[in-house]
Structure formats: structure tokens, C-alpha cells
Ligand binder design. Sequence first.
Ligand code: SF4
Length: 281
Amino acid sequence: MVLKKQHQAPKDVTIAGCAGFCGGVAIAVKGAEKILAENEVFCIGDIIHNSFVIDALKKKGLKTVSSPKDIPPGAHMIIRAHGLPLEEIASLKKKCCVIHDFTCPILKKIHRDITQLKRKGYEIAIVGNPLHAEVKAFVSRSGDKVSVVAKAHDAEALPYAARRAIICQSTISDELFVGLAAKAISRSARTLVIDTICSEAKKRRKEAKALAKKSKMVIIVGDSKSSNTMILSDIVGKHCAVALISSADEIKKNKIRYPLAIVSGASSPRGLVLDIARKVC
Ligand code: SF4
């Protein structure tokens, strides 16, 4: 997504230049809308972590299911921005489904890097949440010796390896990655640490922190299911009051404090951010 200039509204409200969909989410949502104009489409898991957007797509015919078993043979299906495990893609291909792959290009690059690292003989350790869809997609590409490190104990209990590459879920916090990678390093003779946190997520965090420092309150537009939204909330909460909301109806005008800034998670459309801004200006 192109970084737009911050917009200053009359009532001391600043809208973050980064607010709105990230590049990967924009590709998935626009792609889904295009296909839905002609076909019913299935998606394994929520297409993005934003119920406002999901509800709008459901009205257009999007069906969210939990496994390839729930998709009829030959049906159109979307691979969401987080990607899918290889086994699930293989099972969809067997059923002759029409697969529309909207895996975020940044995550596809990480998939290619994992394949290369495996070829070079590295065991892969992924710092992140093992239940997150993105991490499951990484694991499926990482071979039999893959490990997921979610907490200190996991890092300390890693089997000893001759060569290990440590990567991470693209939306975890820098502190978590650095802390757990530092603990995991001693569990291999040769270790390659690769920071795979998404650059767009980093840009949003930097902007949110700068805005929080000069505001009395920051509204974060996003869903509590979104890990990048919750990290923004942690960052902002260290400097000023935070209101996490997912729709304009949730605004409590008497609780708003100025100067106010509005930022958003990667799964919130800019149109929704502007609707919210109109209510508080
Ligand atoms: S946050 Fe980054 S990695 Fe995740 S979908 Fe958006 S652009 Fe891709």
C-alpha cells in the first residue's frame, strides 16, 4: 500500500497515513469481490480478520468453511492472504476445485525462502502462534524437523541441530521475536536468524507510536482477532488512552479525548476509518 500523507482534520484529529488495508489484504478482498460477481466462492477460515468486511462479502456469496472436506468438488475457492498448508491445497486439487490463490506476496516470498533454507540443510524454527493460519502454512513447507516457538520454554526445549534457521510469523512483535530467537540460538551449532516481520506492519507500528506520543487518545480500527491490531493496541497503550473499535456504531462520543489520532489494523478498510473520523470530527 502506498503511504499517504497524514490527514489533519479541523477538530484536532489526525488520521494515520497507513490506515486502511495493507497490500496483501487489499489484493485478497478485491480479488474475492471480482470472483463473487460471477461465482459462489468458498474460503477456508476467515478471508481476513475483520467481521465488517467478512459480513459484506458473505452477502455477496462468500462461504467460510473450516476444511477442504466442506468444499464441493469443482467449486471455486479462495486461498486467503495468510496462505494455506500444502496438504490442504493438494486435497483441493484432487477435488478439481478452481483455486484462486490470494496468499499475500510477502508470505509467498517467505514460503520460497523456507524451501531454499530446507534445501541448504537448515532445520526451521518459526517464532509465532502455532494456531495461526500463517504459521500453519509455514509449518507445512518446513519439513519434518520444523519447530514452532511460542514461548521461552519452547525455545529452551528445541532439539539440538547442526544448522537451524529461525524465522517468525509476519505480525508478531519485534520484542517477542528478538527475545525468543535469542533463547533459541544456543540450540544449534550454526544459526541463521531471519527477521520475517512484515515491513508494512513495522511502518504502521512506527506511525502509531509517533501519533500516540502527541495524542491524548488513539482510536484503533480493527478486530481483536487480528494479531497486528492487538500489537498496535499494546504500543499505543504505553503512551495514551486507547479505544479499539471495529465499527462507527461503537464510538462513545463522550469518552473521546482530543488531540485524537486514528490508526487501523491491516484488515480494516480506509473507508471505515474515514466514516469513524467523520463521527469524531
Ligand atoms: S500484514 Fe503484511 S504479510 Fe500480512 S497480509 Fe498484510 S502485507 Fe501481507
